[in-house]
Ligand binder design. Structure first.
Ligand code: MTE
Ligand code: CO
Length: 435
C-alpha cells in the first residue's frame, strides 16, 4: 500500500500557527491555535502571488465558452470520479447480491454522507420495488391490523433525525492478526450518517392499537431473503422511524426504497430495509440474524445475543492511509466520532502512541446518534509517530484499546469492534494501519 496508489492526495501543511501551545506529546497543539498560510504539494512555500496574477490576467479555457446547460439531476464533478465506494462480495459469483460497499470516509469532510456514497450491506441484493405496489402491513398482537401504501404513509406528519447507521460488522478487518493495509474507509466505512425523514413508528402502532401482551416487534424486509429482526417494543416507542427520505430525497434503492426502518444508535442490521411487514409478538422470534449472526463470541465459547447498541467509537480520517504528509510542519488532524448511546462528549487525540492525550475540538452542532467531527492542530517533527483518537460518550463510556477489546471476546469475534485506531506515520510522511 506504499505510495499514492489509491491515495486521496497530500495533506495540506500550514506555514505557521498563532499561539502554538503544546498540549500533549508528539507535537499536539492547543485546539485554539490558529493554523495559517496553507502550503501545497510539498513546494516548501506558500504559492507566490504571481501565480494568482496570471490567473487574473488571462482567462482560463472554461471562461472562454459558455458552460453546459442545466440538467435534471446533478452529478459530482468529473474530477471527483475517484471518490467512490469500495464494493465487496461475500461469496463471489455464486451470490453476487450478498455483499456490500464501504463509504470512503477518508475522502469526505463534514458529517453527512452523500447519498451515492452511503455504505451498503445487502444479504441478497437490492430489490427493484415499484412503490405503487409496495405495502407495509402491521399485524399480530394489535387490535386493528393495518395495511399502508407508500402514498398513505406520505400523508402522516413526518419528523427528521440525523443519525448514523453502522453495520455490526464494521471495522472487522482490524480483528485480523496483522493490521490490514487498506484505506480508512475499507476498514471503518460500514458506517454512514444521513438526515432521515419519515413517520415515527409509534404513531402507526398507536393507530393499530398495540395489545398489552406485545413486547417485541418483528420487522421484515421485502428482499429475496425476507431479512427480519426482533426489536423490543420500548425502542419502537422511543425513537424508531419509518423512513421514506434520506438527505431530503427519497431513499436510494440501496438504502431500502421505498421505506426502511431506522433505529438510531442500534446495529445497522436491525434497520430493516424495504420494510413490508411489522408483527407484534410476545417474544423474539430467534431469526437467523439474531442467532447464527450478529451475536458476540465470548472467550468461554458461549455467544452473547442481542447486543443492540453500537459502542462509542472514533477514527482519524485525515491523515489516514493513502494521505501523504509533506515534510515536518503544521497539520490539522480531523476525524469522526459517534456513539449508540447518544452524544459524543469528548474526543482525545494522541500523537505518541497513547502515552499522552489532548482534547480535540468538537463541532458545535453535533446531534445525538449522529457523526461528530473533531479536529486538533499538530506540529509534525518529521519522525515516526503513532496517531490515535479516543472518544467518550454522554454515558462516560470510553473507547477500549484493541488489546482490551480482543480480551473481552473469543477468537472468532468479528462484530461490534470499536477499539481505538492507531495510524502509524513513517519518516517519509506515509500513513499505515498499526496495532
Ligand atoms: N434489510 C434487509 N431487508 N436486507 C438486508 O440485507 N441489511 C442490514 C440492514 N437492513 C439488510 C437490511 C444490514 S446488515 C445493515 S448493516 C444495514 O441494513 C445497512 O444499511 P445500508 O445498506 O442502507 O447502509
Ligand atoms: Co450490517
Amino acid at each position: 500500500m506504499r505510495g499514492t496508489r489509491y491515495g486521496p492526495g497530500v495533506l495540506t501543511r500550514f506555514a505557521s500557527v498563532s499561539d502554538p501551545i503544546p498540549v500533549a506529546g508528539g507535537g499536539l497543539l492547543s485546539r485554539r491555535a490558529l493554523l495559517k498560510g496553507a502550503m501545497v504539494m510539498g513546494a516548501g512555500a506558500a504559492l507566490p502571488a504571481t501565480a494568482a496574477d496570471e490567473h487574473l490576467g488571462a482567462a482560463m479555457a472554461w471562461q472562454k465558452t459558455p458552460g453546459r446547460p442545466p440538467t435534471g439531476y446533478g452529478n459530482p464533478s468529473r474530477f471527483e470520479s475517484a471518490v467512490t465506494r469500495t464494493t465487496y462480495h461475500r461469496y463471489g459469483a455464486i451470490a453476487l447480491g450478498n455483499g456490500g460497499s464501504f463509504t470512503p470516509l477518508e475522502r469526505l469532510r463534514g458529517t453527512i454522507t452523500p447519498n451515492g456514497l452511503h455504505f451498503e450491506r445487502h444479504h441478497q441484493g437490492v430489490p427493484d420495488i415499484d412503490p405503487a405496489k409496495h405495502r407495509l402491513v402491521v399485524h399480530g398482537l394489535v387490535r386493528r391490523p393495518l395495511r399502508f401504501s407508500i402514498d398513505a404513509l406520505g400523508r402522516y406528519p413526518m419528523t427528521s433525525t440525523t443519525a448514523f447507521i453502522e453495520c455490526a460488522g464494521n471495522s472487522f478487518p482490524n480483528t485480523n492478526d496483522k493490521p490490514p493495509q487498506v484505506t480508512c474507509g475499507e476498514i471503518h466505512g460500514l458506517v454512514s450518517c444521513s438526515e432521515w425523514t419519515g413517520v415515527p413508528l409509534a404513531m402507526l402502532l398507536e393507530e393499530a392499537g398495540v395489545r398489552a401482551d406485545a413486547k417485541w416487534i418483528v420487522a421484515e424486509g421485502a428482499d429475496a431473503v425476507s431479512m427480519h429482526r426482533s426489536i423490543p417494543i420500548e425502542k419502537v416507542r422511543d425513537d424508531a422511524l419509518v423512513a421514506l427520505y434520506q438527505n431530503g430525497e427519497r431513499l436510494r434503492p440501496e438504502q431500502g426504497y421505498p421505506v426502511r426502518l431506522l433505529l438510531p444508535g442500534w446495529e445497522g442490521n436491525m434497520s430493516v430495509k424495504w420494510l413490508h411487514r411489522l408483527e407484534l409478538v410476545t417474544a423474539p422470534v430467534q431469526a437467523r440474524d439474531e442467532t447464527s449472526h450478529y451475536t458476540d463470541a465470548l472467550p468461554d465459547g458461549r455467544a452473547l445475543q442481542f447486543t443492540f447498541e453500537m459502542g462509542v467509537k472514533s477514527v482519524i480520517t485525515q491523515p489516514s492511509p493513502g494521505w501523504m504528509l509533506q515534510g515536518p510542519g503544521y497539520y490539522d488532524i480531523s476525524g469522526l466520532a459517534w456513539s449508540g448511546a447518544g452524544h459524543v462528549a469528548r474526543v482525545d487525540v494522541s500523537a505518541d502512541g497513547g502515552r499522552t492525550w489532548a482534547p480535540a475540538e468538537l463541532m458545535e452542532t453535533a446531534q445525538p446518534f449522529a457523526f461528530t467531527r473533531f479536529r486538533l492542530p499538530w506540529r509534525w517533527d518529521g519522525g515516526p509517530v503513532r496517531l490515535m483518537s479516543r472518544a467518550m460518550d454522554e454515558r462516560e463510556q470510553i473507547q477500549p484499546t484493541r488489546a482490551e477489546w480482543m480480551q473481552r471476546y473469543g477468537a472468532k469475534q468479528r462484530y461490534h469492534y470499536h477499539a481505538i485506531q492507531t495510524w502509524q506515520v513513517d519518516d517519509m510522511g506515509e500513513v499505515s494501519n498499526a496495532y
